[in-house]
Each structure stands twice: as structure tokens, then as C-alpha cells.
Design a protein around this ligand. Structure first.
Ligand SMILES: *[C@@H]1O[C@H](CO)[C@@H](O)[C@H](O)[C@H]1NC(C)=O
Ligand SMILES: *[C@@H]1O[C@H](CO)[C@@H](O)[C@H](O)[C@H]1NC(C)=O
Ligand SMILES: *[C@@H]1O[C@H](CO)[C@@H](O)[C@H](O)[C@H]1NC(C)=O
Length: 359
């Protein structure tokens, strides 16, 4: 309840800011402090996403966004886009923004069926104004997934020099660091920009250096296993893990997805049942614990944590959180199922990702 009230307060502040947004609403200097944005835990069509409100332009056009650790470029659908994927969401209209600057460079989001051109405008995050932020204005969107989710756009937090750097350069946040707390259901979440939020994790943070700089937060896992099943070789000689905040799942190669499914007994402990039956720990007993070791730290997830329950047509469907993607070979993608158990932190200057126990 408190979170909801706070969220409403933030939205109020955003709208109130409409009349007094200036290009330099906050002066540069050493007195900037971290920015906290509350996120809503949204489940639309069975797809879980953590969504927060940002705004683009002057006066601010409020858009709901997911926060994307995989891509540096932010994306908002354009009023010029007539595809179904755009028309069902809020669309950015540059013609009514006094701070719009034309760019026009074409962009595509590879594999997403989204394209358009770059535009520059003010971006408002939790009452702070980021001046002259370049983002993708989508003029075509045939993304099938997009038509099932509730967010309008994405805010790019991929490893790179985009929004975080702009915010540091404009004195809005102290450093290029952010922390992501995604609460356990049905709690919301918090994006902390400029510092990690120590109130939202317990114990020490373990840092792991990133292994490339191609706009993604990728670290090496020492091992990933389902306890008692070494035969599955889920991560035999270490494997790379890409932090992927816009997917709910663990994404793996098709081969690994099959090995995991074999161990979980094709979901035998995890079958369809009437919605009136409460889902208990007992139902999933017998399934192994997942063990993830990164930076020497062992992180464990129970079957309740790596599966999820969908309610569909009066039935509860328990589903495995592991999905196979043809494009993957050795890599894993860690999505929000993982992040709901572990607070993650992202440090651009030191090139590292932090892991800690969520509160
Ligand atoms: C979306 O679909 C339309 C109609 O098939 C096509 O013309 C357009 O190129 C597609 N756009 C993208 C980005 O895939
Ligand atoms: C992109 O479009 C193709 C062809 O219509 C479709 O098969 C594919 O699933 C789409 N991918 C996404 C991510 O929307
Ligand atoms: C930084 O951002 C600028 C403007 O978006 C881009 O042209 C440049 O390639 C980026 N540099 C790096 C190292 O990513």
C-alpha cells in the first residue's frame, strides 16, 4: 500500500513538473544524489514485467517503460507508427514538444521486428530532467511479444555510454551505477540510479567483472547446476551469463532446455490443476535446487523460485522458468525470476555486476 501511494505521489510530481521543465532543471555540480524510481510488478497475459513511468518531451508525455539491461538505446513508439504493436500503446509525438531535436538516423532493434529513426528530447525520470537524450522513435513495430505486454517503451540500461552517462554529465546522479531490486510477488520493485540502495539487500555484495563491452552486462558463471544432476552439464567449464531484465525467464540453448526438462520430469511435479487448489511447496517437492556460482558466491534457488504459476481459464498452470532459444549456444540469460531473489547492481566505470541477497 505504501508503495502504491509513493508511486502516485511520483506521478503527481511528474505532471506538476510539466509547467516548469527547463533544459537545465538541475545545475551540474558535486551535490547530485541517487534517483529512486518505483516499479510496478505487472502480469499481463501471463508475462511478468516490472514497469515504471518516465516521460519524454516538453511538456512531458508520460510513458510506461521496462528497464532493459540488455540494450543501451531507449525506445518509444512514435505517433507516426500505425502498426498494431504501436497503436495499442502511448505514442511519442515530437510535434508537440518544445525540446524536440531532429536526428533522423535510422535504427532497428535486431531480432525484435522494430525499426524507426533516432530522435533527441528531454527525458524525465522520477522528477529529474535529462536534457537532450537520444532514443529510438519506433515507426514500425511487428514484435509479437509487444502486443501482449503493457509497457509503452523501454529505457535502455545496457552497458554503454547512453542515459547513465548523460545523467552523470548533467549532474543528475553521482556516478554511472544503478541497482535493481525486483520484489517477490506481488511486491513491486525499485530502480536506483547513481548508487545501489543498501536498504534493499542484506549482507555483502559480490562483484563479478563483465566479460565484454558490447552493450550487454555479461559475466562468467563459475558453474550452474541442478543439485544432484551433474550429467546435465549445464555449465561445464564456466559459461557466460547475460543479465536480461526484460525477460521473466532463464533462457538457454535448446539442448540445455531439453536436458533441464528431462530432469524436471517434463514438469511432472508441476502440472495443471484447478485454480481453487492452492499451490504448495509440497507439490514441487522432489525437484532439485538450482545452484548458481558467480564470482565465487553460491546462490541457490528453490523449485518454487525457478518455476511460476499462471492462472488461465480457471486453471492454475505451473510452468518451468527455463526456455530454449535457438540463438543461444553456451550463454545463459538471467531474467526477472533470478532478479526477484537477488539484488543486482551495475557499475559502468569498473565494468562489473554485483549480486546480493534481496530483502
Ligand atoms: C512490419 O510489417 C510490415 C507489413 O508486413 C512491413 O512492411 C514492415 O517492414 C515490418 N517492419 C518491421 C520493422 O519488421
Ligand atoms: C518477427 O516477425 C517474424 C515474421 O513475422 C516472426 O516469425 C517472429 O516471431 C517475430 N519476432 C518477434 C520477436 O516479434
Ligand atoms: C557513445 O555515444 C555516441 C552517441 O550516441 C555514439 O556515437 C558513440 O559510438 C558511443 N561510443 C561508445 C564507445 O559506445
Amino acid at each position: 500500500m505504501l508503495r502504491l501511494l509513493l508511486l502516485c505521489a511520483c506521478l503527481g510530481a511528474l505532471e506538476a513538473a510539466a509547467v516548469e521543465v527547463h533544459e537545465t532543471s538541475k545545475s551540474t555540480g558535486g551535490n547530485s544524489s541517487p534517483i529512486s524510481l518505483l516499479l510496478e510488478n505487472s502480469k499481463a497475459n501471463g508475462i511478468q514485467m516490472f514497469i515504471g513511468n518516465v516521460a519524454v518531451g516538453t511538456p512531458p508525455q508520460v510513458m510506461s517503460a521496462v528497464f532493459d539491461t540488455q540494450h543501451a538505446l531507449s525506445y518509444f513508439p512514435s505517433i507516426k507508427c500505425e502498426d498494431p504493436g504501436c497503436k495499442m500503446r502511448k505514442r511519442y509525438d515530437s510535434s508537440i514538444s518544445s525540446t524536440y531535436k531532429e536526428d533522423g538516423t535510422p535504427f532497428t532493434l535486431p531480432g525484435q521486428n522494430i525499426s524507426g529513426f533516432l530522435s533527441t528530447d528531454s527525458l524525465h525520470v522520477a522528477g529529474n530532467t535529462v536534457a537532450s537524450q537520444t532514443f529510438g522513435e519506433g515507426t514500425s513495430d511487428n514484435n509479437t511479444f509487444d502486443q501482449m505486454t503493457r509497457n509503452d517503451g523501454t529505457l535502455g540500461l545496457g552497458f554503454g555510454n547512453d542515459t547513465l552517462l548523460t545523467m552523470v554529465n548533467q549532474g543528475l546522479i553521482p556516478e554511472q551505477v544503478f541497482g535493481l531490486w525486483l520484489g517477490r510477488d506481488p511486491q513491486g520493485g525499485e530502480l536506483s540510479l547513481g548508487a545501489v540502495n543498501k536498504d534493499l539487500y542484506s549482507g555483502e555484495m559480490t562483484w563479478a567483472n563483465i566479460v565484454n563491452s558490447a552493450a550487454s552486462w555479461t559475466v562468467m558463471a563459475d558453474s550452474i547446476a541442478l543439485d544432484g544432476h551433474p550429467e546435465a552439464a549445464l555449465c561445464p567449464d564456466g559459461c557466460s551469463v547475460i543479465m536480461a531484465s526484460t525477460t521473466p525467464y532463464f533462457m538457454v540453448s535448446l539442448e540445455r532446455a531439453k536436458a533441464i526438462s528431462d530432469i524436471l520430469g517434463g514438469n511432472s511435479g508441476c502440472q495443471t490443476r484447478p485454480a481453487s487448489t492452492s499451490w504448495t511447496a509440497h507439490t514441487l517437492s522432489g525437484l532439485p535446487t538450482m545452484q548458481i556460482k558467480i564470482g565465487g558466491r553460491m546462490m541457490e534457488m528453490t523449485p518454487q523460485q525457478y518455476t511460476f504459476v499462471l492462472t488461465f481459464g480457471g486453471q492454475q498452470l505451473c510452468a518451468s522458468g527455463f526456455f530454449g532459444l535457438p540463438a543461444l549456444t553456451d550463454q545463459w540469460l538471467f531474467g526477472t525470476l533470478f532478479m526477484q531473489q537477488f539484488y543486482t547492481a551495475y557499475d559502468v566505470e569498473n565494468g562489473r555486476v554485483g549480486f546480493a541477497d534481496s530483502v
